[in-house]
Design a protein around this ligand. Structure first.
Ligand code: PMP
Length: 353
């Protein structure tokens, strides 16, 4: 099997699994006073310090959650007031927010348009760092500069943290997820800059600085810290390798690129072939042993065209043609070449239908 759906999820690194292993059967609740509890607490706080260091944050600014979906909910529902977002966000942001700024035809939003959508009632602006369908990097710094003082900036950086270098220091709130960077599924978090008032979604315990009640996912948090350390240590090298492989893939595939030529993350390639339905191509590629997706995994299963490609101004038919190939640090040149051959066969076959 050739797995080219690393934007949906990635295989956990052996080192992350090894770090988690002792905690999977451990009894300790980090809130307990006894030795077992204290040991679990130390593991969580050690992980928090490492994650904070990688994000350039203070450990007290890191709130662990069940993943990026929950972190996005905490950021958007934890503030009281009007929220502005973009029409290319992940569904977990989009569905919470009515004011949506459209991107240009390449899938990039403009700081000017975002600032124009801000009203005196706006308390928070949420713009993703890297789009999960096209890889388009959003202009966070320009957006920050264009926002009035006092308006908070949140960024869903699930496709950026540990994956693609983006300056996240301009955001007050940063969402991240472990399973996008070869860590375990079901864990992630939110960086909450000191001084930001945020009401908890989950109440009933003082965990995570009273911002997220519930016993900590010790194994998941420890596995995430291990995965993030390794991802960040090899980031420049991994990005360069994946960019070269992504270019090789696009050159081999032909078709039309969705997304900007420059200013996009290295791990994503979104390509449309005229006259070929994206979902049909995904199923045919699957039968050839190649895992890719049309749209995002969360939206798949339905036959609706991608909301991201529609927001970029594409027709329904064109938006349904998009196929997303996404790479990871483990992707090889041989896999790319085999995927290109399979895709060419599939496109030729589907066009003949
Ligand atoms: N935001 C983005 C940009 C994503 O790509 C994803 C994963 N599809 C999520 C949020 C949701 O992340 P999680 O699975 O950790 O809830």
């Amino acid at each position: 099997m050739i797995y080219l759906d690393h934007a949906a999820s990635t295989p956990a690194r052996p080192e992350a699994r090894a770090a988690m292993e002792p905690w999977l059967a451990d009894a300790g609740n980090p809130s307990s006073l006894h030795a077992a509890g204290r040991r679990a607490r130390r593991a969580v706080e050690d992980a928090r310090e490492r994650v904070a260091a990688r994000l350039g944050a203070d450990p007290k600014e890191i709130v662990f959650t069940s993943g990026a979906t929950e972190a996005n909910h905490l950021a958007l529902l934890g503030v009281a007031g009007h929220v502005v977002t973009t029409s290319i966000e992940h569904a977990s942001v989009l569905e919470l927010c009515a004011t949506r700024v459209a991107p240009d035809a390449e899938g990039v939003v403009s700081a000017k348009d975002v600032a124009a959508a801000v009203t005196p009632k706006t308390v928070l602006v949420s713009v993703m760092a890297v789009n999960n369908e096209t890889g388009a990097v959003q202009p966070l710094e320009a957006i920050r500069r264009a926002l009035p003082k006092g308006v908070l900036l949140h960024t869903d950086a699930a496709q950026a943290v540990g994956r693609f270098p983006v300056d996240l220091a301009v955001a007050d709130l940063v969402t991240f997820s472990a399973h996008k960077i070869q860590g375990p599924k079901g864990v992630g978090g939110l960086r909450v800059r000191k001084g930001v008032a945020l009401a908890p979604l989950l109440k009933g315990g003082g965990q995570e600085f009273e911002r997220r009640a519930g016993t900590e996912n010790v194994a998941g948090i420890v596995g995430f810290a291990a995965a993030l350390d390794l991802a960040c240590a090899a980031l420049a090298e991994d990005v360069a390798r994946q960019a070269a492989l992504r270019d090789r893939l696009e050159a081999g595939l032909g078709g039309t690129r969705n997304g900007p030529a420059a200013g996009r993350a290295a791990h994503l390639a979104n390509v449309a072939f005229e006259g070929v339905d994206g979902e049909a191509a995904v199923l045919a590629l699957d039968a050839e042993g190649v895992c890719v997706s049309s749209g995002s995994a969360c939206a798949s299963g339905g036959t609706e065209p991608s909301h991201v490609l529609l927001a970029m101004g594409q027709s329904k038919a064109r938006a349904k043609a998009g196929i997303r190939f996404s790479l990871g640090p483990s992707t090889t040149e041989a896999e790319i070449d085999a995927a290109v051959q399979a895709a060419r066969r599939v496109v030729e076959r589907l066009r003949k239908r």
